[in-house]
Structure formats: C-alpha cells, structure tokens
Design a protein around this ligand. Structure first.
Ligand code: ZN
Length: 230
C-alpha cells in the first residue's frame, strides 16, 4: 500500500493525473474522478423505475424488458468530458470506471439476470481508426462487477452511416434501417437474455436498430443500459 502510494506520488509528480470533470489533481491511487465529482454525479436511478424516460423512449419502437442510464447530461454538463475522454482521448480507464459504476447498479436487479452483454458495435473502419470500441470498454467494466460474459462477435455494423447530427428523428431512424446484422451461429441467441450496452442514448435510433436486429433471432429478453442519456 505504502509502495503503491509512493509510486503514485512519484509518477503523479512527473505526470499528474487530473479529474476529467473538475480538473483538480487526483490524490489517491487508482482514482479516475475525484470523490467530490463522484458524489455530485447526476445519477438517474432509472434502474429502479420501469417507466423511466429512457424506457419510455423505446415504447412502441422495440420490445425491451428494461432500459436505464447511469446519469443524465444536462446541456453543457461537465460530466460529458467523461465520455469525451473515453471516446476521443482513448482513456479506457474512464470507460471501465463508468462500466463498473453501472454494473453495481444493475447487479441487484433483473438487468444482471442475463446470459450475455452485447456492446453496440462501431463500424469496423471507425473502430480501426479509434483503436477500440468504447461500448466494449464499458461492457468490460460491467463484466468486472457482474461476471456476465461480453459477446462482441454477435452483432455487426454493415455499412458506414452518414453523420447524423443534422437529421431529425425520423430521418435518423430511416438511416439506421438495415445497418446491423447478426451472426447467430447454432442459434446462440435463441431464448437468451441480452443486455445491450452503449455509451450515450439520445434519440435511441441506434439502440432501437440493434434491438430490432437481435429480436429476429428469438432472444427471450433484451435490456438496454447506457452510461448517459441526453
Ligand atoms: Zn472532480
């Protein structure tokens, strides 16, 4: 412990680690965000409410057993820098940390009573460029807490979609149609319960398209968990 603290102080002296939310220097080994920011995190507690806004987002669009997000992003929220750090600076420790946080929330609920976790896939070109899939990193964090295996060889993204920023909800939905495909060898999905994981849910069109694709192979239940909803 003393050695770890000493090593942390030494490496921290040369490469100080900062809280990605408030920018203060982190004081403890292994800390990803500071304690104050962890306590002030805008958690939703949606996991306890089956009629929460994220679950409602999918009503009439795709059948889900449950849907939840760890936190809610208000406009300009400093906590968005967590997702930014993971996606664009490749800080996987942030993804693992957030995955573990949501894993702890899911553990005592039916969300953890699933057969495997399926991360929302990136387009292969995008993943190659980024070097990793952020949803897979979050899924690994959930696995560390729940022990539910992560399957990244079931759901695939077929084609490169145009950037969605300037499209309305209907256009986005249109745009996602036929984007995903599954490899359901030996009926691996049949009668299975699946937890679909993504970083952020906004319109829900990507997750809806994923769930609709998975439904074709007869799973008995699909749950959705994301780090944030906007
Ligand atoms: Zn902080």
């Amino acid at each position: 412990m003393y050695v770890r603290q000493w090593l942390f102080d030494i490496t921290g002296f040369f490469f100080p680690l900062y809280c990605p939310v408030c920018g203060n220097i982190l004081c403890h080994p292994g800390e990803v965000i500071c304690l104050a920011c962890e306590l002030k995190m805008p958690r939703t507690n949606f996991v306890k409410d089956p009629e929460n806004p994220v679950a409602q987002l999918f009503w009439g669009r795709t059948k889900l057993e449950g849907a939840t997000s760890l936190m809610r992003f208000e406009k300009g929220s400093k906590y968005q820098s967590l997702i930014h750090g993971l996606k664009y600076r490749g800080e996987k420790r942030i993804g693992l940390f957030l995955g573990k946080l949501i894993g702890k929330e899911l553990l005592p609920t039916s969300f953890s009573d699933v057969d495997f976790i399926v991360p929302v896939p990136l387009h292969p070109k995008k993943e190659k460029k980024r070097g990793f899939n952020q949803s897979e990193v979050i899924a690994s964090g959930i696995y560390e807490i729940t022990g539910i295996p992560v399957r990244n060889n079931i759901l695939f993204r077929k084609q490169h979609t145009e950037t969605q920023t300037h499209k309305n909800r209907y256009q986005r939905w249109e745009n996602m149609d036929g984007v995903f495909e599954i490899s359901n060898e030996n009926g691996v999905l049949h009668n299975k319960k699946i937890l679909l994981v993504d970083d952020v849910v906004t319109t829900g069109s990507t997750l809806e398209a994923c769930a609709e694709t998975l439904h074709r192979s007869g799973p008995s239940a699909i749950y959705i968990a994301t780090i944030a909803c906007a």
